[in-house]
Design a protein around this ligand. Structure first.
Ligand SMILES: Cc1cc2nc3c(=O)[nH]c(=O)nc-3n(C[C@H](O)[C@H](O)[C@H](O)COP(=O)(O)O)c2cc1C
Length: 306
């Protein structure tokens, strides 16, 4: 598929706050992900050059195309950020109209904007006009339980110049993904549509593809198993241990060990979630404060599994 003039494959890693770090994105690409989003970044924080936010924008040279996701509600500020030096390295800029987290919606950002289509129109139009880079959007079915504004929002974003739409096919309170809505979104626009929600294996991947979407985005299905991309693409999977090692070594280039032991722990626990006797490995890992030691435990756990 093409996003603007950029040719990309059809399997994407979702933006996930606190999860899609530079190392995780790298191993997902190693396993076959075609596009790996940086987690959502706050436009205000970029404007004020917040150190932590600027750190989230770090990418590696082989991360191509580079895609960042921004959130906010002030169209003028968001447009300025799209044209800013801080986003210069990115090839694609995605706007978050889907996040349901209370701390985001209380400021009128993320999915709260699905109740204010005039704001969405203003934001997309101004961001599109501010840069030559493709602007894409990530939406969900609606804000409240029974809302369904997806088709309306998709058409509006296309009219305003968005170059692709990711649709997470459920509202915040809905348990199941609504494939019918995803299908309708695909049928209602001519820009690429990426389907998202509950893709965890071949069966759910095929179900998503049956909606006619151009691409599929995977979030939780990749946690602890970036190799899901290899499995879905039927391509040879890199060795699991070397994946974990690459994840850790990539992060080690930028962060100190103490910090990493904390931020990496959740990933490491996910990696061994499905190994035999995972509980005992998890207990040891949870108390380990050295990365080398963690790697040894993971190696042992994987060896036992083979
Ligand atoms: C830990 C976590 C963090 C997330 N952070 C973001 C984010 O930064 N931006 C965004 O658009 N969606 C975010 N999401 C939503 C995912 O991108 C995705 O839309 C959602 O998880 C549904 O896809 P899945 O069923 O494949 O997980 C997050 C989800 C999770 C689980």
């Amino acid at each position: 598929m093409k996003i603007g003039n950029i040719e990309v494959g059809n399997l994407f890693l979702a933006p996930m706050a606190g999860v899609s770090d530079i190392g995780f994105r790298k191993v997902c690409r190693m396993c076959g992900a075609d596009l790996t989003y940086i987690e959502m970044v706050n436009c205000n924080a970029i404007r004020f050059k917040n150190e932590h936010t600027l750190d989230l924008l770090r990418t590696e040279d082989d991360e191509k195309p580079k895609v960042v996701q921004i959130f906010g509600h002030d169209a003028d500020q968001m447009a300025k950020v799209c044209a800013s030096k801080e986003l210069e390295q990115f090839d694609i800029i995605d706007i978050n109209f889907g996040c349901p987290a209370p701390k985001i919606i209380k400021n009128g950002d993320g999915s709260a904007l699905l109740c204010h289509l005039d704001k969405i129109e203003e934001i997309v139009t101004k961001c599109v006009n501010a840069t030559n880079k493709p602007i894409t959007v990530k939406i969900r079915k609606g804000f409240k339980k029974n809302d369904n504004v997806a088709v309306q929002v998709a058409k509006l974003c296309e009219k305003c110049g968005a170059k692709a739409i990711t649709i997470h096919g459920r509202t915040r309170e809905q348990f199941y993904v609504d494939y019918e809505t995803i299908k309708k979104v695909k049928e209602s626009v001519s820009i690429p549509v990426i389907g998202n929600g509950d893709v965890v294996d071949e069966v759910t991947y095929k179900k998503m593809l049956e909606t006619g979407v151009d691409g599929v985005m995977i979030g939780r299905g990749a946690l602890g198993q970036p190799w899901i991309f290899s499995l879905l693409k039927h391509k040879e999977m890199p060795d699991k241990y070397s994946i974990v090692e690459t994840h850790i070594n990539t992060l080690k280039k930028y962060y100190d060990e103490k910090y990493l032991c904390t931020v990496l722990r959740k990933h490491l626990l996910w990696y061994i979630r499905d190994v035999y006797d995972s509980t005992s490995y998890r207990q040891v890992l949870a108390n380990t404060i050295s990365l080398d030691e963690s790697l040894k435990i993971i190696k042992k756990a994987f060896e036992k599994q083979n």
